[in-house]
Design a protein around this ligand. Structure first.
Ligand code: GRF
Length: 209
């Protein structure tokens, strides 16, 4: 069994989609070891408690990033976490935290990266007039919304869309994408070449010399 540590700050719909995937057998070798919030009244935290999952809160406001992150990292270790899942975690991670979980932290971002990193990505895509939008699951490195991409899902931007309807349809893709990406990473059947994530079955065979 691989143990997931979920970090969230808000609503928690991605977390709930992952919990549902586990319940429904789509992530057969995963379990949620701990849900950690950095905001005391995050609705996602309450939802985790309602599901009877272990939870912890480390309020980040007003704390030094490195100190806060050290508490979170210690909690993840105590709970034997194999893979850290950022699910709407609205806080940059310290380099020390990232180094403590090398290629073991995933994030989901509501755009087709590298377009529109940062806040309000869906609004940015809408305002830019994009015809295609989507979401990206990626490993976390020291730069914002930047690490190696595990997978992306795209949708057409409709002429009838506004930023709100577009966000909702991207969110529905996120809920599928995150579990799929977690399954792929937990399978261990991949390698990383530079910025490229390659599924071993799809990777070109090494040429025989
Ligand atoms: C999602 O849009 C995710 O892509 C972004 O933050 C939002 C979190 O939503 N990183 P939720 O809390 O999972 O509902």
């Amino acid at each position: 069994m691989k143990r997931l540590g979920i970090l969230l700050s808000g609503r928690g719909s991605n977390f709930l989609a992952i919990a549902k995937s586990i319940r429904e057998g789509r992530l057969p070798n995963a379990e949620i070891a701990i849900v950690i919030a950095n905001v005391a009244d995050a609705p996602g935290l309450k939802a985790a408690q309602d599901l009877g999952l272990p939870t912890a809160v480390f309020v980040s406001k007003g704390r030094k990033r490195a100190e806060h992150d050290a508490d979170v990292a210690a909690c993840l270790r105590e709970h034997g976490v194999d893979l850290v899942i950022l699910a709407g975690y609205m806080r940059l991670l310290s380099p020390e935290f990232i180094a403590a979980f090398p290629n073991r932290i995933l994030n989901i971002h509501p755009s087709l990266l590298p377009a529109f990193p940062g806040l309000d990505a869906q609004q940015q895509a809408f305002d830019y007039g994009c015809k295609v939008a989507g979401c990206t699951v990626h490993f976390v490195d020291e730069h914002l919304d930047h690490g190696v991409i595990v997978l992306q899902r795209s949708i057409a931007v409709l002429e009838t869309d506004d930023a709100h309807s577009l966000s909702n349809r991207i969110l529905a893709e996120e809920h599928v994408a995150y579990s799929e990406a977690i399954a792929r990473v937990l399978s261990g059947e991949y390698r990383i070449e530079g910025r490229r994530y390659l599924r071993i079955s799809e990777a070109a065979p090494t040429p025989v010399k």
